[in-house]
Design a binder for this molecule. Structure first.
Ligand code: ZN
Length: 321
């Protein structure tokens, strides 16, 4: 058991420190920020730090619970090894300025493209981890564990395949500003709450997405792209989808963000962070003001429902009350 633990620890360390190629070219990737510090994250930072909420890998989860809550220096916050220096600089130049225009389709597309790429990278790292588990002599006799690793590899590879479908289409539009827009984005402004998020979510409907449907490689799952962008005096949600990959649930979900009271907005955010996306950030000061019982409810929900993407979930607490 102890040896298993040590090997797993090494596997995670190796996977975490592995150098990755840029998701566009063959150069090595740098640490790309999903949301930049100047003009976005600085609005939710305290002493140059923000509190990042992030799913723990299953090795850490054992000790600390599934969800990790960590104060992170603003330079490392909400970042992943995604692109080489040149692509990171050039592709995102239009949204890296202080005066980013969140009404603009191309800006909305770039924010969504970056959150999509982070999902691709997370899945690639998962594949790497479970390949290492599968190939490790230590676990060769542990059939159950090897089978788990194999099905994780399969599921993550299928996820990557779906995400690449979106990635290619987004790149076509990003590289050709004359092309017809195939994505629809909504921009909705809210009263300022010091949180941020950047994620892609595939809503799973238990009646529609049977195991058979999920395992069919021909199907590209519907995804929505979500960015919560703090600004000086408001919090802006950019939420969107590909026009041929939408359904009633997605349309209703997006309109359900409109015209909310403060309480309804808080409940909506709580639902988003508990049941739909796993990485978001919050101002450390504000996190400390949240009620202990709600933080406890949030963590407990995560410990039971991590990796659950079903749209039928609901929570009965308000993290922000
Ligand atoms: Zn590159």
């Amino acid at each position: 058991m102890k040896e298993d633990f040590k090997i797993l620890q090494r596997i995670f360390k190796n996977a975490r420190t592995k150098k990755h190629k840029c998701l566009i070219c063959d150069e090595l990737s740098i640490n790309s920020h999903l949301l930049q510090k100047n003009g976005i994250l600085n609005y939710i930072s305290t002493n140059n730090h923000i509190t990042q909420i992030k799913g723990n890998d299953f090795f850490k989860a054992e000790k600390d619970g599934i969800i990790g809550i960590k104060s992170v220096g603003i330079n490392n916050a909400m970042s992943y090894p995604l692109f080489c220096n040149s692509h990171d600089t050039n592709v995102f130049a239009p949204i890296e300025t202080q005066e980013h225009n969140l009404e603009d389709y191309n800006s909305q597309l770039l924010f969504s493209y970056r959150s999509l790429c982070a999902e691709v990278r997370k899945k690639m790292v998962n594949v790497d981890i479970f390949e290492r588990v599968k190939n490790s002599r230590q676990f060769a006799a542990n059939t159950q564990f090897i089978n788990m690793a194999k099905s994780q590899i399969e599921a993550n590879l299928m996820g990557i395949q779906d995400l690449n479908w979106y990635k290619n289409l987004m790149e076509l539009e990003i590289n050709n500003s004359e092309s017809t827009p195939n994505f629809t984005f909504e921009k909705i402004d809210f009263e300022f709450i010091p949180v941020s998020a950047s994620a892609a979510y595939s809503p799973l409907n238990p009646t529609e997405h049977t195991l058979e449907v999920l395992k069919n490689k021909e199907n590209v799952l519907n995804y929505i792209f979500i960015n919560l962008i703090p600004q000086e005096d408001k919090l802006t949600l950019i939420i969107g989808y590909h026009n041929s990959k939408s359904d009633d649930w997605i349309l209703e979900y997006i309109s359900s963000w409109k015209k909310l009271s403060k309480l309804e907005f808080e409940l909506k955010l709580t639902d988003l962070f508990s049941t739909k996306i796993e990485t978001w950030a919050i101002s450390p000061e504000y996190w400390n003001e949240l009620k202990t019982k709600n933080i406890k409810a949030f963590k407990e929900y995560w410990n039971e429902h991590a990796n659950d993407l079903r749209i039928t979930q609901s929570v009965d607490f308000n993290l922000f009350e």
